[in-house]
Design a protein around this ligand. Structure first.
Ligand SMILES: Cc1ncc(COP(=O)(O)O)c(C=O)c1O
Length: 374
């Protein structure tokens, strides 16, 4: 049996009629950039989160960059974040001349450890970027308290956690700005690249609207330095259809996650994902920790089971970020996680038979392994 990490076609087939109609209505309108559909989607997306503004853009990476530009962060400013994340979180900082300053993650949630933030704050620190990794929120209250005490901005990287909650509040709504990715494999995925920034701050929203469109106040009137990062109207139409289903799909992911945890519970060698009591998890990834990760991964691959590594090398050890001056041993929790995490196939429609097969093969691996040790 071949088991893939995700299956985007099965979901499309279920909503094909609605999607095709929405795409064709954009084609018929002739408005492909900033069409009426964009405004409609942004309004509904803001309502879904209970925030004032949702601003579409070209990707989750751009959502982060637009937020940093619109908040007025400048060359040399320091931003505190984590090395255990997708590279985009930090890449945009460097492109803007900002300096990433890392702190380690919590060993259970894999999100930023708030207890380590304050000691990294200097006169140059301007912002904190917590990443809601794998689909659950970072511990936001202490982060927001530290930010308020030191006058820092907070930008939530919600690329993996749309619809997740923290103490009953949706992620992406708790800070100055929240950044979403609609990459196709994300919980709310477009059919191409797309992203959005959420904010309650009217002035920040105004600036983002300009910065995403070459900094234009009016056409050919460039008040700010900007970029071209608009949400493609066809993607806005796709997302408008899919938004209706996001809570159902997240619930299906949660059920799949709970089922994995139940089926894997007898295995001593496997650490299943932990959900903090104040959180609801959206299982963008169902990520286990195991000791012999690479051996298990190879075994599963031979059984035609796909798995993912999120992430195999923490950013402070990546060649592109060596110049920051960090080395092996500086962030032991991230380093340990990067050696032992393994993401299993996860998507709302994941067939039970596939899940059973994945778990059977993990069990088989440890049976063989243990027999060899005796
Ligand atoms: C944590 C995190 N931040 C940012 C991004 C960037 O989003 P995009 O791929 O839409 O640019 C991703 C996407 O994988 C991500 O996982």
């Amino acid at each position: 049996m071949k088991v893939t990490m995700v299956d985007l076609v099965v979901q499309y087939q279920q909503i094909k009629e609605e999607i095709d109609e929405a795409i064709h209505s954009v084609l018929d309108s002739g408005h492909f950039v900033f069409g009426k559909t964009n405004g409609e989607f942004e309004k509904r997306f803001a309502e879904y989160h209970g925030v004032k503004h949702a601003l579409g853009c070209a990707s989750g990476t751009d959502a982060l960059q637009l937020s940093m530009m619109a908040l007025g962060l400048e060359k040399g400013d320091e931003i505190i974040s984590v090395p255990m994340t997708f590279v985009a979180t930090v890449e945009v900082m460097v492109l803007l001349g900002l300096r990433p300053v890392f702190v380690d993650i919590d060993p259970k949630t894999y999100c930023i450890d708030p207890g380590q933030i304050e000691s990294k704050i200097t006169g140059k620190t301007k912002a904190i970027v917590p990443v809601h990794l794998y689909g659950q929120s970072a511990d936001m209250d202490p982060i927001m308290d530290i930010a308020a005490k030191h006058g820092l901005f907070v930008i939530e990287d919600c690329a993996q956690a749309i619809g997740a909650t923290y103490k009953g509040r949706k992620t992406c709504t708790m800070a100055n700005a929240g950044c979403i990715s609609f990459f196709p494999g994300k919980n709310l995925g477009a059919y191409g690249d797309a992203g959005a920034v959420l904010t309650d701050d009217d002035d920040l929203a105004e600036r983002i609207i300009k910065v995403r469109n070459h900094g234009s106040e009016n056409k050919y009137d460039h008040k700010y330095l900007g970029v071209n990062s608009r949400l493609d109207t066809i993607q806005a139409a796709v997302l408008g259809v899919k938004l209706k289903y996001i809570d159902t799909w997240n619930e299906m992911r949660r059920n799949n996650g709970a089922r994995y945890t139940e089926l894997l519970s007898g295995l001593e060698n496997v650490v299943c994902p932990y959900t903090a009591p104040e959180n609801t998890h959206t299982y963008h990834q169902y990520t286990i920790q195991v000791e012999d990760r690479d051996g298990l991964r190879e075994f599963l691959s031979k059984k035609e089971i796909a798995t993912g590594l999120h992430y195999p090398i923490p950013l402070h050890l990546q060649p592109a970020y060596k110049y920051l001056g960090y080395g092996e041993g500086d962030f032991p929790v991230s380093e340990r996680a990067s050696r032992s995490v393994l993401s299993l196939p996860m998507y709302p429609e994941l067939p039970r038979g596939h899940q059973d097969y994945v778990v059977e093969q993990i069990q088989a691996y440890y049976r063989i392994h243990e027999q060899a040790m005796v």
